[in-house]
Design a protein around this ligand. Structure first.
Ligand code: ATP
Ligand code: MG
Length: 870
């Protein structure tokens, strides 16, 4: 059975059990500060479990793109080394939000695996939670009894908290779970060792395929458990592992999907699969990682230097390293591989097809730049090895191994290999220490400590009323204390709020709340999943009061102008550059806007002028805002609204329309385009391969900007006595300046020539030496010129010349080579000694040397000292 069929059968099985099929949420998370990537199927639903939102469908089924490379679930080190952990994988799930519970979940799992998929029940084992005293959770006897109906009691295994109590993170919804394990070993092996003894023992052929989680608790900040108001079902089955079982394979990488990818790398590298463990690991790593990278790019997360982007860059570099080090590939290979991936996964995930050029280009650019880094790293290792050899040291110090790792992406074992070839070892302890220091530093920089919520009022949804109101009477429903980067602040949640939370590129509102004469300023508003969180530095004296909540209207108005301008810009970009232009990111601030979009060449000045013109025309047309709230998503698409991949849309969306510009958007906007006032592009540039960025301003900021520019122009104009043609006047000035510069140089040359003639005349012959001493008003360079000319014209020359110009002085000595040889003169030593008179230093060769100094008055004495030598 092909992987598509397996996926579809799962979904239709649960659809028949009255589940609604929903699409995968993005893998990259945008509105949750506690999590960078979706690491389990439950992540998009956790607000339902916590009671912060109410699910419209009580039964849901899906396949969710998951990534386990950071935080509590991090499988990166295993990936490729073993055969059943991936970075990115698909998790099939069925969900009950306060609806059915253990009995049905167990029954249906059994029916699907043994009945529909036809897995032999003699190969299955299940686990149940044995209970935990410290947490006060008893053995899961209920599940035991339900399983007993389907499977031999001998095949039900009790497991501890580590294996059978599921938690998403340090805090949050959790509960006991029951896992289903499959034994796919040969009959012969099964006879030798019982499968039961291998469950949960990291055996690659006795593995967990499905986890049924019974969400019952919320883990609080102090580590204690709190019963949730309702119980839920959360199940997760790895599609790739299931496919391995159903396709009768022994490794996830032997299923159709990965075999196609591996086949492609085999072709590119010339290394066959199945020949050696080392090259097999490399082939598996690359086949796995290309998926994680391509999917995150199509979800809008490009590789970068920070946060989630950095995680993606590290995955990419891990793949490149394996290709380079083990498979000897030194040209981009992931970029072409991504095309194969799009072919095989594009049907199920159309976002891959839509972004295929972007994916390929971004990956290629990253690969090329990493190959360069690797090159530099190799050179650096060579230098390190050379230095150590000189000092006769046989071990590369830990901090240098770390530098290679951190700056050049060299893993420990690659450095070790290269060191070994040069007969050196590595200081592993020192390396690990340096690594730990870095880890601790980055943890303390990002870690956020939150207290539990203090709940003041029951409220299941915090409505946003800020589209219509900038002020409201609100109650605080809950608050908590947060510590981040050594700062303490508080998060407040209201029953409803006029404050716009940061999102869709637009920054969060600022403002204040006020009650009983006490005013508390709100310095930012953010979204955490479904909650709108208001950030304050201090709590009000009486949090239970009714507050007047007031948004900073001026800032909001400017943000709205920039947000509407962003839509018009997007529209104008598409009409001038073409339909390939798609938004890739944006920032809407009261003072400016930033818009990133796909486009493969620089936007020319003429194009920018056109784009700016279109936007300003649309502003002058003063088109009114048409805002359609709660439009079914189908209808919005029919209207022509663009959907962006990597965005999470509900069943209904908000449509924002100005003339022909139609977008799905949750942001705040001006009532008429005329309110934008004026639009001005301030810069255009590249942010990544195939992605351009435009920065622009509007409204009063644009006015101020233009006024400043005009006032500079006015000032220049005034300096030119208000000439008619200012550009011509500036050009004339530059021209005449150049002319004068040339004239000056000519005069200088002339003067030097005259000085040279004078100097030549003053040479005196004595004891076979043609001696010259003088002080001239020239700089060192000009004096050197003259002296070298004289040396060519006069035999046996010995000259000492002081120079004075611009308050500085120089001393130059030139001695004919014959004299140097016969009389053992050394100009360098002579100058070094004489330079003390001019408070300077210098030196040079035996036949020519110079010194610079601060004391021109000492030149005479310096020359006397040199004279004394002859
Ligand atoms: P394991 O112990 O094998 O790492 P897990 O306990 O971490 O698994 P869960 O968190 O329960 O797994 O996830 C549910 C299911 O998702 C698992 O039963 C498995 O089929 C699949 N799964 C988990 N991690 C991975 C991974 N890194 N790659 C592929 N599939 C995975
Ligand atoms: Mg795991």
């Amino acid at each position: 059975m092909k992987i598509e069929e397996i996926r579809n059968q799962f979904l239709s099985f649960f659809e028949e059990k009255e589940h609604t099929i929903v699409p995968s949420a993005p893998m990259v998370i945008k509105d949750d500060p506690t999590l960078m990537f979706t690491n389990a199927g439950m992540v998009p639903f956790k607000e339902y479990f916590l009671g912060n939102a109410i699910a419209k469908n009580k039964r849901v089924t899906d396949t969710q793109k998951c990534l386990r490379v950071s935080g509590k679930h991090n499988d990166l080190d295993e990936v490729g080394v073993d055969t059943y952990h991936h970075t990115m994988f698909e998790m099939l799930g069925n969900w009950s939000f306060g609806d059915y519970f253990k009995e049905e979940a167990i029954e249906w799992a059994w029916e699907l695996l043994t009945g529909v998929y036809g897995i032999d029940k003699d190969n299955l084992y299940v686990t149940i939670f044995e209970g935990d005293k410290k947490d006060g959770v008893p053995r899961d006897t209920e599940s035991y009894n339900f399983w007993k109906k389907w499977i031999d009691e001998d095949r039900i295994i009790e497991a501890d908290k580590k294996d059978n109590f599921w938690e998403m993170g340090e805090m949050g919804p959790c509960g006991p779970c029951s896992e289903i394990h499959v034994d796919i070993r040969s009959d012969e092996e099964k006879k030798k060792v019982s499968g039961k003894s291998l469950v949960n023992k990291d055996h690659p052929q006795v593995i967990e395929v499905w986890n049924l989680v019974f969400i019952q608790f919320n883990r609080k900040a102090d580590g204690s458990l709190e019963k949730l108001p309702a119980t839920h079902i959360d199940t997760g089955m790895g599609l790739e592992r299931l496919a391995m079982v159903l396709q009768g394979k022994q490794s996830n990488y032997d299923i159709d999907l990965f075999q196609t990818l591996i086949g492609q790398i085999v072709k590119q590298s010339g290394f066959e699969y199945g020949k050696s463990e080392t090259t097999d690991i490399a082939l598996r790593v690359i086949a796995d990682h290309v998926r994680a990278i391509a999917f995150s790019i199509s979800d809008g997360q490009l590789p970068s230097n920070t946060g989630a982007g950095y995680v993606i860059r590290r995955i990419l570099r891990r793949a490149v390293r394996y290709g380079y080090q083990t498979l000897k590939m030194d040209e981009p290979f992931l970029a072409p591989l991504s095309k194969t991936l799009v072919k095989i996964m594009g049907d199920a995930f159309p976002e891959l097809v839509d972004n295929k050029t972007l994916i390929e280009n971004v990956i290629r650019e990253e690969e090329l730049s990493f190959f360069k880094t690797l090159d530099h790293g190799i050179k650096r290792i060579e230098v390190i090895i050379q230095d150590l050899n000189k000092q006769n040291v046989k071990e590369i110090p830990g901090d240098q191994v770390f530098e290679l790792y951190d700056t050049f992406g060299f893993p420990f074992d690659l450095t070790e290999l290269m060191a070994r070839e040069a007969g050196l070892t590595l200081d592993q302890k020192g390396f690990e220490k340096a690594l730990q220091v870095q880890k601790d530093r980055s943890r303390s920089a990002t870690s956020m400590k939150t207290d539990d919520w203090s709940e003041l009022l029951k409220d299941d949804k915090e409505e946003f009323v800020g589209y219509d109101h900038l002020e409201a009477e609100v109650k605080i429903t809950r608050y908590r204390k947060v510590e981040q980067k050594k700062k303490t602040f508080y998060q407040l949640v209201f029953n409803f709020t006029p404050f716009y939370p940061e999102g869709g590129g637009q920054v969060g509102d600022k403002g204040y709340i006020e009650a009983n004469g006490e005013k508390i300023s709100i310095f930012d508003t953010k979204k955490e999943n479904n909650l709108i969180i208001h950030l304050v530095k201090e709590l009000p004296k009486d949090p239970t009061a009714t507050f007047k909540a007031v948004v900073d209207a001026e800032k909001r108005g400017l943000s709205a102008a920039n947000h509407s301008a962003t839509h018009l810009l997007h529209h104008a970009l598409r009409s001038v550059l073409g339909d390939h232009v798609v938004q890739k990111g944006s920032l809407v601030h009261p003072d400016y806007l930033r818009f990133d979009f796909s486009h493969f060449s620089k936007v020319t000045d003429e194009e920018l002028e056109k784009i700016e013109g279109i936007v300003n025309n649309l502003i002058r047309e003063n088109s009114p805002l048409t805002e359609l709230r709660n439009t079914p998503i189908k209808e919005a698409q029919e209207l022509g609204a663009m959907m962006l991949f990597g965005e999470k849309y509900g069943d209904t969306v908000r449509v924002i329309k100005f003339g022909d510009s139609i977008e799905l958007c949750g942001g705040t906007h001006v009532p008429n385009t005329g309110n934008i006032g004026w639009f001005k592009i301030t810069s255009e540039g590249s942010v990544a391969s195939g992605i351009r960025r435009i920065e622009a301003i509007s409204n009063v900021t644009a006015e101020k900007y233009m006024n400043e520019k005009l006032s500079i122009l006015d000032n220049v104009n005034a300096l030119f006595k208000n000439t008619k043609n200012i550009v011509q006047s500036v050009q004339d000035l530059i021209d005449s300046n150049n002319q004068m510069q040339k004239e000056l140089e000519r005069i200088e040359k002339e003067r030097a020539k005259n000085i040279k003639t004078e100097l030549k005349k003053s040479i005196v012959a004595k004891d076979g030496i043609n001696f010259l001493d003088a002080i001239v008003p020239l700089d060192g360079g000009a004096i050197k010129d003259i002296l070298f000319q004289l040396k060519g014209e006069v035999t046996n020359l010995f000259a000492v010349v002081g120079g004075e110009s611009d308050g500085k002085c120089t001393l130059s000595v030139i001695i004919d080579e014959e004299l140097v040889k016969s009389k053992d003169f050394h100009a360098g030593n002579i100058v070094r000694s004489a330079a003390k008179h001019i408070q300077g230093g210098g030196g040079g060769q035996p036949f020519f040397a110079t010194a610079g100094g601060k004391n021109p008055d000492g030149l005479k004495a310096a020359i006397e000292e040199v004279k004394g030598l002859i």
